[in-house]
Design a protein around this ligand. Structure first.
Ligand code: SAH
Ligand code: SF4
Length: 361
């Protein structure tokens, strides 16, 4: 079987059946897949891993995604929003420690007050770093005007996961109303791209009702949309969410983890020069999960730099790691782990998507 598998690995354009075959790889084929993706990573994006200090700005969200722990309907949540000073201090920490970039992430709020507040924070972050800190936003669906304003103020990357590219599955994991429309999400992604952001998307892996075919289609979606960056990771159930009801339908955690690694590896083969994040949810399942993903294709890590006392309240899913640690601990332990994984840290560099630059050339 391995020679057929090798043929697929050498193909220029992979179709859905090929992708399904790669995602189903076992034993020696699985090893071949990871060797190939690691080789492509080295060749096209190199050995460097770039840091994006993650600031979880607020757990207040107007939406009600059926999988998410900070959904509006979770009444057990203690709400918080970081003060300007807390955000600025976190960004200062990132700058002083040569992290290169920060990501501002939050529950989704659409209001002019929110737009202005974020705008002010973008300016402050640019000011404190003399425009040297790169800035990614992950603040959900917003109007074109809002995106435009934030881009003009200095944010240059945006992460908005499609969650699943299958509309039917999308409707199973979201409420059915205009706030949670698949079309709107697509429009938002297209707008971000058109405005000039480096656009990132991603999916959750191992969702209830999700098939391998769905995941293969997700990879084709990313290729067709021509994304610059990807952040994807395992779905992890959360007790205080409606989707918890379907926990018996889930793959065991270790299989969800393995499938996530394979998704990263196959995406690296399909989109050779994009930035791929090794997401925190991988670490929630395996203590060295992120490092494993770095070895086989990912090149971005998002160390959490949210002030410690708020991290417990930004639980998108259960078992979120490092919620009880201080920022410094995370930095030190990450350094050691990445060194162990044989990667070099691109300190002080933006590490922008090569794909984005190559498209422009
Ligand atoms: N509100 C913004 C950003 C915060 S949520 C948005 O939705 O885009 C960031 C990501 O967390 C989501 O895109 C989703 O993919 C992920 N997430 C939420 N709940 C999760 C869960 N239970 N397991 C794994 N990932 C989850
Ligand atoms: Fe809100 Fe994002 Fe969670 Fe959906 S995934 S409930 S938009 S924070």
């Amino acid at each position: 079987m391995s020679s057929l598998f090798n043929k697929i690995l050498e193909k220029e354009n992979l179709n859905k059946e090929d992708l399904i075959c790669l995602l189903n790889a076992k034993d020696n084929d699985r090893k071949l897949l990871f060797e190939k993706s690691a080789e492509i990573k080295q060749k096209y994006v190199g050995n460097k891993v770039y840091f994006r200090g993650l600031i979880e700005y607020s757990n207040i969200c107007y939406k009600n995604c059926l999988y998410c722990g900070i959904r509006a309907g979770n009444k057990d949540l203690i709400h918080y929003t970081l003060s300007d000073e807390e955000v600025i201090n976190a960004a200062k920490f990132a700058f002083e420690n040569n992290y290169g970039s920060v990501v501002l992430q939050s529950g989704e709020i659409e209001s002019s007050a929110f737009t202005e507040k974020i705008d002010k924070l973008i300016w402050e972050i640019k000011k404190l770093s003399d425009s040297k800190l790169g800035l990614t936003l992950s603040l959900g669906e917003q109007s074109e005007e809002t995106y435009k304003q934030w881009f003009k103020s200095g944010a240059h990357r945006y992460l908005l996961r499609i969650e699943t590219s299958n509309q039917e599955l999308y409707s199973k994991i979201h409420p059915h109303n205009s706030k949670h429309s698949f079309e709107k999400r697509l429009v938002a992604l297209n707008t971000l791209k058109r405005l000039g952001f480096q656009a990132g998307t991603g999916v959750m892996i191992g969702l209830p009702f999700q098939t391998i075919e769905n995941l293969a289609e997700d990879l084709l979606f990313m290729k067709e949309f021509d994304i610059d960056m990807c952040g994807m990771g395992p779905y992890i159930e959360h007790k205080q969410t409606p989707l918890y009801e379907f926990r018996d339908k889930l793959l065991p955690l270790n299989e969800r983890f393995d499938l996530s690694l394979k998704m990263i590896a196959v995406l690296r083969i399909v989109m050779k020069d994009i930035n791929i994040a090794s997401t925190t949810a991988l670490q929630a399942i395996d203590p060295i999960g992120r490092e494993k993903a770095i070895k086989i294709g990912a090149n971005i890590i998002m160390p959490n730099i949210t002030p410690g006392n708020n991290r417990d309240n930004y639980l998108l899913y259960e078992n979120k790691p490092c919620t009880d640690e201080e920022v410094e601990d995370c930095k030190t332990c990450l350094e050691a782990r990445l060194h162990f994984a044989g990667a070099e840290i691109g300190y002080g560099e933006w590490g922008d998507s090569k794909h984005f630059a190559n498209k422009k050339d």
